[in-house]
Design a protein around this ligand. Structure first.
Ligand SMILES: *[C@@H]1O[C@H](CO)[C@@H](O)[C@H](O)[C@H]1NC(C)=O
Ligand SMILES: *[C@@H]1O[C@H](CO)[C@@H](O)[C@H](O)[C@H]1NC(C)=O
Ligand SMILES: *[C@@H]1O[C@H](CO)[C@@H](O)[C@H](O)[C@H]1NC(C)=O
Ligand SMILES: *[C@@H]1O[C@H](CO)[C@@H](O)[C@H](O)[C@H]1NC(C)=O
Length: 346
């Protein structure tokens, strides 16, 4: 009988949130009697580590019980973050504070720095003017999209050795917001999103493990030579809606063996850039490309055996060229070169 019950609970939790599987079994059942659930919130009995206080019009955060790991406070009217209601909540792993009214001045000095177990911090859609500092070194995800952030305090990321995701999109960042070594220390960063800001230059000192770089909707005009040399794993680059032209783009800057997906839509490019044989998706729509016949360099062969029918050819599968000044038909040299192309939009 007992085995059945445990099996059911485990399966149920597993399907909802994998990382909460172990929660249920390490808590003393006494919390059930302690009546510690804030009246504004929901404390599901199957997730004793979680506290749900979202969509409640809350202005004040209620006292958070010490057993809580996962705290959901999104979509409220919270303006300030004081240490007091958190004085017992020393085990927090995740905090979701998206869609509130939190300003930088409203955050207590060491509010996040004191959270020694925090892994995920979500503060999207608030009124922050700077990245909160200090941040706990345990952090793995930091989501700060859609604030008014223009300031990045010196060294704020330098201790975040486990951070994998940094999302700063739709803020007010300029080139001057970043110190030259702003990203130093982010040894495990995989995704950097600085889309929808006011950058004119590419950010410097990218973390060396970066895989995804999103810079859409800025005012970037140029890319330095060898810019991507220090990011050997870079696979996804999005630079849609910028001001890139042939002049600002070194001819071989995107010839990177790691690159799978390159998005350069809505720029001012007139020549198809040189790409590597490994690239799978290339977006060049809405640029100023007039003529592609004879101008596309067929990339060198790939030395891997992905496809038995075409083992050494370039891997491009998807190509967008619409919104340029190219007239169909698709030039023969493109078809001969990119034999794995599944779709071409012209
Ligand atoms: C912290 O826990 C103590 C002991 O259980 C309790 O008396 C106190 O009210 C709690 N404080 C907060 C802010 O929850
Ligand atoms: C980073 O993650 C590793 C592996 O999970 C862990 O051992 C280490 O303590 C973490 N570092 C910090 C500062 O939390
Ligand atoms: C692109 O890079 C490859 C190495 O991955 C190199 O062999 C090739 O010559 C480069 N192409 C150009 C046009 O520089
Ligand atoms: C396009 O470029 C090719 C090769 O450079 C040239 O032979 C051809 O005349 C050009 N076509 C047009 C329409 O300009």
């Amino acid at each position: 009988m007992d085995t059945h019950v445990i099996l059911f609970v485990a399966t149920f939790i597993f399907t909802v949130v994998e990382s909460q599987v172990y929660d249920y079994f390490d808590l003393e059942p006494s919390y059930l009697l302690s009546n510690d659930c804030p009246k504004e919130c929901i404390c599901p009995i199957t997730f004793p580590r979680a506290l749900y206080c979202e969509n409640k019009g809350l202005k004040e955060i209620p006292p958070i019980p010490s057993r809580i790991w996962y705290l959901y406070l999104q979509n409220n009217e919270i303006e300030t973050l004081n240490e007091k209601p958190f004085s017992n909540a020393t085990q927090l792993r995740w905090i979701n504070l998206n869609k509130n009214k939190i300003t930088s001045e409203g955050i207590d000095k060491n509010f996040f720095g004191a959270m020694k177990n925090l892994l995920y911090l979500f503060l999207e859609d608030n009124g922050l003017e700077g990245v909160p500092a200090p941040l706990p070194s345990t952090l793995e995800q930091l989501r700060l999209a859609r604030n008014k952030i223009s300031k990045i305090p010196e060294g704020v990321f330098s201790n975040l050795e486990n951070l994998t995701l940094l999302d700063l999109h739709q803020n007010k960042l300029t080139d001057g917001s970043f110190q030259a070594d702003a990203f130093a220390g982010l040894k495990n960063l995989v995704q950097l999103n600085v889309a929808r800001n006011a950058l004119k230059k590419m950010p410097t000192g990218l973390p060396s493990n970066t895989v995804q770089l999103y810079l859409d909707n800025n005012n970037i005009e140029s890319i330095p030579d060898d810019y991507f040399n220090n990011v050997p794993k870079i696979s996804f680059i999005r630079l849609n809606y910028n001001k890139l032209s042939d002049k600002g783009m070194p001819a071989t800057v995107f010839n990177l063996t790691s690159l799978l997906d390159l998005q350069l839509s809505h720029n001012e490019i007139s020549t198809v850039p040189i790409v590597n044989g490994h690239l799978e998706r290339l977006y060049l729509d809405h640029n100023k490309i007039k003529n592609i016949s004879g101008s596309v360099k067929c990339p060198n062969v790939v030395k891997e055996e992905h496809d038995p029918h075409f083992p050494h050819g370039p891997r491009l599968r998807y190509l967008r060229l619409d919104g340029n000044e190219i007239q169909p038909p698709i030039p023969l040299d493109i078809i001969v070169c990119f034999r794995l192309l599944q779709a071409i939009v012209i």
